[in-house]
Design a protein around this ligand. Structure first.
Ligand SMILES: [Zn+2]
Length: 339
């Protein structure tokens, strides 16, 4: 089959606290516009860049970043003073002593389907909730594959998820794209439900080789949540290798909890705002061998926020844990979720 290389130049505009750089991504597609290689592709960063064109959202992002950095500085200070407050983060690394303990996020799943395979079973939905709980509590069975260089950084994020409800809606639409149509009943989708108190996940076919996308904190309530295509949701039922172990949701919920891609969506000096993740200038795909060196250090390719296959990502870092948990602290952007 004839292949062409499509170069996407996504100019990352107006990202607070980082310089503007051009990001080039290459996606292999065939002449029918279908991806030939099984490469992870999420749309969360593009969605973020689009939202950052709105000055109101820019302001929100800056406020959230300020609160996050202040929380992290406070936690580091407490750790230096040896104050209790907290438990050490799982696996060592920077202790996080926010006194919140394990926090639970109630989840609503909206299944929008045009065929039987897309109308995923309750078992498939439950399998996804189970994977989220394992990955965010560092009880995933593959965490022992983390190389010793990073083993001390692998964190129990102390976040759990409970399925609070499932809605199902039949539709003749076969692909939904990335413009949030699935989040609007006026467009044939399902309206968001109480996003201050629930993580909303829409499961519908996105199309275009996109596995999923998330809305970072600080955006419109009407579109808050995560979207994932049904064949990448959960680890049983109608799932499709190599993204058949539920890690797409782990990655997207990471974005929803304010984690950036681990390479910072840019060159070596572009940051993911997490101090214990190595710098990199690119996504890693497939199942890379360790060490994979970019920007003069080994990439943390096994991090959930890289672009590797489900079987080859199995950790969040302590720094990522702190960044996520800042949202639940007093004044945090997702504080209401856990109340
Ligand atoms: Zn992503």
């Amino acid at each position: 089959m004839k292949k062409i290389i499509l170069s996407l130049f996504a100019t990352a505009l107006l990202i607070a606290c980082s310089e503007n750089t051009d990001v080039q991504e290459e996606v292999l597609i065939n002449n029918d516009g279908v991806q030939t290689a099984e490469l992870r592709k999420c749309f969360a960063s593009e969605n973020f860049d689009k939202m950052m064109l709105n000055p109101e959202y820019q302001k929100n992002v800056q406020l959230i970043e300020d609160q996050t950095q202040s929380y992290i500085a406070d936690m580091e200070l407490q750790a230096k003073k040896g104050k209790p407050g907290g438990k050490p983060s799982g696996g060592g690394g920077t202790p996080v002593g926010d006194n919140l303990g394990v926090v639970n996020i109630p989840v609503l799943v909206h299944v929008i389907y045009s065929n039987n395979a897309e109308n995923i079973s309750d078992a498939q939905i439950n399998s996804q909730i189970a994977v989220l709980n394992q990955d965010f509590r560092k009880s995933n069975s593959d965490v022992n594959q983390v190389p010793s260089q990073f083993a001390d950084l692998a964190a129990d994020s102390e976040v759990t998820f409970t399925l609070a409800g499932v809605t199902r809606k039949a539709s003749s639409r076969t692909s939904w794209g990335t413009n949030n149509a699935m989040k609007s009943s006026a467009n044939g989708g399902v309206d968001v439900v109480d996003p201050a108190n629930y993580l909303n996940i829409w499961v519908c076919n996105i199309g275009g080789g996109i596995l999923g996308y998330a809305q970072f904190p600080g955006g419109s309530a009407a579109t808050d949540g995560v979207v994932i295509s049904p064949q990448y949701f959960g680890n049983t039922g109608s799932v499709s290798a190599p993204f058949d172990q539920g890690r797409t949701a782990t990655h997207e919920v990471g974005h929803y909890l304010n984690l950036r891609h681990i390479w910072g969506d840019g060159r070596c000096n572009r940051d993911d705002f997490v101090s214990d993740t190595p710098t990199s200038d690119r996504a890693n795909y497939g199942c890379p061998t360790y060490p994979t060196t970019n920007c003069r250090s080994a990439d943390m390719t096994m991090n959930y926020m890289d672009y590797t296959n489900d079987a080859c990502m199995y950790m969040f870092s302590s720094g990522q844990k702190a960044r996520m948990r800042a949202l639940f602290a007093a004044g945090g952007a997702r504080e209401s979720l856990i109340k």
